[in-house]
Design a protein around this ligand. Structure first.
Ligand SMILES: [Cu+2]
Length: 154
């Protein structure tokens, strides 16, 4: 039984390293949470809130905690890209083909700063446009921090 378990663990590890592979379309996971695992004081978060992927990759939003969804923010996705809006309490999967910066929110917790950004490829030319979108309450701060990170190329 033990070697079998190790093989499964090794396969799982391989699967997680494959996420960074630029050769094949990869699948990434973003969790919808009531508490930031890295900062217990921060409530209602997407984790990770910033994700960089390659064009054609898929993102799965996992409804780990209840009461959340994911909705693309108007004016914060590349022109011609398809907007999305998921159902509350449900996992949601989306494949992003168009390079650029995608800002999204949790509808009930937009003002609490439950927002995230997916960067597809290296084209960040839409970042300035994204910055001028409407961001209520704490979401402005959270978006601002992520945009800074993207600009600094970290
Ligand atoms: Cu939420």
């Amino acid at each position: 039984m033990k070697p079998m378990f190790l093989a499964v663990a090794a396969a799982a590890m391989f699967a997680s390293t494959a996420i960074t592979s630029p050769v094949y379309a990869a699948t990434h996971e973003v969790q919808m949470l009531n508490k930031n695992p890295d900062n217990a004081k921060q409530r209602m978060v997407f984790s990770p809130a910033y994700l960089k992927i390659e064009p054609g990759d898929t993102v799965i939003f996992k409804a780990v905690d209840k009461g959340h969804n994911t909705v693309s923010v108007k004016g914060m996705i590349p022109e011609g890209a398809t907007a999305w809006k998921s159902k509350m309490n449900k996992d949601f999967e989306i494949t992003l083909e168009k390079p650029g910066v995608y800002g999204y929110k949790c509808l009930p917790h937009f003002g609490m700063g439950m927002v995230g950004v997916i960067q597809v490829g290296d084209d960040i030319s839409t970042l300035e446009t994204a910055k001028s979108a409407k961001m209520p309450g704490k979401s402005k701060k959270v978006f601002g921090e992520i945009f800074e990170k993207i600009e600094s190329g970290e």
